[in-house]
Design a protein around this ligand. Structure first.
Ligand code: GP9
Ligand code: MN
Length: 640
C-alpha cells in the first residue's frame, strides 16, 4: 500500500505541471457551470456529478499532450488548455444571450458572426479575464523548465488516458442512474451538460449531427407515406366565413423582431403609487380592436431564432432542435408558402435590410420559391439612418414603399424588422419612452426599442394609406421569438410583480403577438386559441382561398372552427387549453401550480409524433419524392 502511495506521490510530483493544468481546467469549468450557466442541482448526487464531470475531460484533453515528444509536449499542453478554455468561454458568451449551449450547426453559422459585432461586445464582462489566469500562470511556470517538468514514463500516457476513460464511465453510470434515458433525449441540452459535462456534450453533439446527416442517405420514397398519413389525419376544415376572403389582395407579412406578448397593453416606469406608467405599444394596442388578435400564440423557435420563425411560417413544420435549418438544410426541396402563392398568381418577395447571406437567406429563399429578396443592396444605408444591427425600422419601411410599388400585383411580401434586436440600442431622438430601472440593462433597454418599433409600424401603416396600398392589402404580423431570455428572470419577475419566474412562467413568456388585419373586415375579435407560428401557413393560404389539404403541414388554420387546443414548442414543452408541460412537469394553467403528470400524458404521443415526423421530412429531405412544380424546387430536384 505504502509503495502505491509513494508511487502516486512520485508520479504527481513528476507530473505537477500537468496536474496543475488539469486542476485549473477542472475547477474553472465547474465555476462556469455554477456562475456562468447557473446550473442548479436538486440533490447532493446531482451536485457531485456537476462537480466531478469536468475532471475526466480535463485529464483526457490535456493528456493528449503526452503523445507528443518532449520538445513539443509543453507547447501542445498549453495549446490544448487554451483551446479548452476558449470552448468554455464561447459557450459562456453564447449562453449569456441564448441561455443555451453551442451546437455544431450553430458553428457553421459563422457568416452571421461578423454581423453580431456589437451584440457580442455587450456580452463580455470584465471579470471574464479570470478564466484565462491559469493560462498565464502556466506560461510563467513553463518558462521555469527545471521546477516544472512534464516527463512521464513509457507506459504512463496510456495509463493517464485510461484513468480519464474510467472516470468518465463512472460519471456516465452515475448520471444514467440519476437520469434514465439521458442520451436519448437529445433536445434537452441542459440535462446533458449538467450530467456529463460541457466537453463530452460537444462530442455527443458531434455524434448526433453525423446521425442526422446519415438520415438523408438512408431515406427512401416509402418513408413519406407514413408521414403523409399522420399529416392528413390532422387536417382541419377551414372556416367557411373566412375562406378566400382575401383572395387576390396583396399580403403583407411583418416579422416583428424580438417582440413578446408581455409588453402588449402594458406600461412601464410607473411612479411610486404604481401610476402614470408609459405605454409601451400604443399603436399595436389600438390595432387589436381592428384585427383578429391571438393572445395565446407562441413562438416555436430554437437556436435558429429569426430563421426558425421564417421556416415555421413558410412550411408549417418544426425547425431543428439544434442549429438552424437555414444553414443545415437550405438546399432541401420545400413546398413553402411563397412558392404556393406564386403558383396562384402572386409575386413573392422579402424585404430586409441585411446582408443577403445572413442566415443563408439568399439560398433558402430560392428553395422556398420567393421571386425576389430585397436585401441591404436595395436600401440606402449609412451611419445617420442606422443603429445597432443596421437600418432603423422607420427608414427601412419608408424606403420599402418604392420597392413595394415596383412589384407586380398581387404580391406576397414579407418584412423583417431589425431595430428591436439585442442589445437594444437606440439613438436619443428615437427614445419615446425611458429605459426602465431594473438590474437587467437588457430588459431596461428593451422597452424603448419596442416602443420605437411600434412607432415604425404606425408610420408604415400611415404611409401605406397615403400611397393607396393599404386598402387592397391584408396584414399578418407576429413576433419572431423571445427578446428577453431567462438570464433576466430576476428583473423580469420584478417587472411582472412576481416573486420568481417559474418554469411555468418561462413557457408562458414565449407568447408573441399575432395579428390578422384585414382593412374593412367586420368580424374582428380577440381569439384565445392555443396556437403558434406553425399555424400561420394554413391560415394565410385559406384566407387567400388556396387549398392545403394535400400539403405537408403540421399546423392548423387559426380560424378553423374545430382546432385542437395544443401548441408544441421545439424543446418538447407543450401547452393545451388547461395544461402546460415543461421539463418533465405538468402544470395546471388555472392555478399555475404543478399537477399530476397523468393530465399531460395523453398528449405525449401526439407531441412526439409531430416533432418526430416533421424532423423525418427535414432530415430525410423527403419532399424530394413529391413532384412540386414550383420553379425553384424544380431546379433543386435537378441538382439531386
Ligand atoms: C438578422 C435578423 C436578426 O437579419 O433577422 O436575426 P436573429 O438574431 O434575431 O435571429
Ligand atoms: Mn429575430
Amino acid at each position: 500500500m505504502e509503495r502505491i502511495i509513494d508511487k502516486t506521490k512520485n508520479l504527481l510530483y513528476r507530473l505537477r505541471f500537468f496536474a496543475f493544468a488539469v486542476f485549473f481546467l477542472w475547477i474553472k469549468t465547474y465555476l462556469v457551470y455554477k456562475f456562468g450557466f447557473g446550473i442548479p442541482s436538486d440533490n447532493p448526487l446531482q451536485e457531485f456529478l456537476l462537480f466531478i464531470n469536468p475532471l475526466s475531460s480535463a485529464i483526457f484533453i490535456l493528456g493528449i499532450s503526452f503523445f507528443f515528444n518532449e520538445k513539443w509536449r509543453k507547447r501542445v499542453l498549453m495549446i490544448l488548455a487554451v483551446a479548452a478554455t476558449l470552448v468554455l468561454y464561447f459557450n459562456l458568451l453564447y449562453y449569456r444571450f441564448f441561455t443555451d449551449y453551442i451546437t455544431i450547426p450553430v458553428l457553421f453559422q459563422t457568416s452571421n458572426m461578423g454581423d453580431l459585432g456589437s451584440s457580442v461586445f455587450g456580452l463580455i464582462q470584465w471579470y471574464d479575464v479570470f478564466l484565462f489566469v491559469d493560462i498565464l500562470l502556466l506560461m510563467i511556470f513553463a518558462k521555469k523548465q527545471h521546477t516544472f517538468e512534464l516527463r512521464p514514463l513509457k507506459r504512463e500516457p496510456l495509463l493517464i488516458m485510461l484513468v480519464a476513460v474510467l472516470l468518465f464511465v463512472g460519471n456516465l453510470t452515475l448520471a444514467q442512474a440519476e437520469r434514465p434515458q439521458l442520451l436519448t433525449r437529445s433536445f434537452d441540452r441542459d440535462l446533458i451538460v449538467k450530467n456529463i459535462g460541457i466537453f463530452n456534450y460537444h462530442i455527443y453533439d458531434g455524434y448526433i449531427q453525423s446521425q442526422t446527416r446519415a438520415q438523408r442517405v438512408f431515406a427512401d420514397s416509402s418513408d413519406i407515406i407514413e408521414v403523409e398519413r399522420h399529416v392528413k389525419a390532422k387536417h382541419e376544415q377551414p372556416n367557411p366565413d373566412l375562406y378566400g376572403i382575401a383572395e387576390g389582395k396583396n399580403v403583407i407579412v411583418i416579422s416583428m423582431e424580438s417582440l413578446q406578448s408581455f409588453v402588449i397593453n402594458e406600461t412601464v416606469n410607473e411612479d411610486e403609487n404604481g401610476e402614470n406608467g408609459q405605454v409601451i405599444t400604443p399603436f399595436l394596442n389600438s390595432l387589436i380592436d381592428e384585427s383578429i388578435y391571438f393572445d395565446n400564440f407562441y413562438h416555436q423557435t430554437g437556436q435558429g431564432k429569426t430563421s426558425d420563425s421564417e421556416y415555421l411560417v413558410a412550411n408549417s413544420m418544426f425547425g431543428r432542435d439544434s442549429g438552424s435549418v437555414f444553414f443545415t438544410h437550405g438546399g432541401n426541396v420545400y413546398d413553402a408558402m411563397p412558392g404556393n402563392v406564386a403558383d396562384n398568381g402572386y409575386y413573392a418577395s422579402v424585404m430586409h435590410a441585411n446582408n443577403k447571406s445572413f442566415w443563408n437567406r439568399d439560398m433558402v429563399y430560392q428553395s422556398f420559391g420567393y421571386d425576389k429578396y430585397f436585401d441591404i443592396m436595395s436600401y440606402d444605408v449609412h451611419d445617420e439612418n442606422s443603429v445597432g444591427w443596421g437600418l432603423k425600422d422607420v427608414d427601412f419601411f419608408e424606403q420599402s414603399i418604392d420597392l413595394l410599388k415596383s412589384q407586380p400585383e398581387p404580391y406576397y411580401t414579407k418584412f423583417i424588422t431589425l431595430t428591436n434586436h439585442f442589445p437594444f440600442e437606440l439613438d436619443e431622438e428615437d427614445k419615446f419612452i425611458d429605459e426602465a430601472e431594473y438590474p437587467s440593462r437588457t430588459l431596461n433597454r428593451f422597452f424603448p426599442t419596442v416602443r420605437y418599433m411600434d412607432h415604425a409600424l404606425e408610420y408604415f401603416f400611415d404611409r401605406l394609406k397615403e400611397e393607396g396600398i393599404y386598402e387592397n392589402s391584408i396584414f399578418i404580423m407576429y413576433g419572431d421569438h423571445y427578446g428577453i431570455s431567462s438570464n433576466h428572470d430576476r428583473s423580469m419577475a420584478m417587472y411582472l410583480d412576481k416573486e420568481e419566474i417559474t418554469p411555468f412562467d418561462t413557457v408562458q413568456l414565449q407568447r408573441v403577438p399575432m395579428y390578422i388585419h384585414i382593412p374593412g373586415f367586420e368580424g374582428n375579435k380577440v381569439n384565445s386559441t392555443v396556437s403558434g407560428q406553425i399555424d400561420i401557413k394554413p391560415t394565410i393560404l385559406h384566407l387567400l382561398g388556396i387549398e392545403t389539404e394535400d400539403m405537408f403541414h403540421f399546423g392548423t388554420d387559426l380560424n378553423a372552427p374545430e382546432r385542437d387546443e395544443l401548441v408544441i414548442l421545439r424543446d418538447g414543452s407543450f401547452v393545451t387549453d388547461d395544461f402546460l408541460f415543461t421539463s418533465g412537469t405538468c402544470y395546471d394553467k388555472e392555478t399555475e401550480q404543478e399537477t399530476e403528470l397523468e393530465y399531460c400524458e395523453p398528449y405525449f404521443a401526439r407531441v412526439n409524433n409531430d416533432l418526430g415526423y416533421s424532423d423525418k421530412i427535414l432530415f430525410g429531405d423527403l419532399l424530394r419524392y413529391k413532384d412540386y412544380d414550383h420553379e425553384a424546387e424544380k431546379q433543386n430536384q435537378t441538382k439531386e
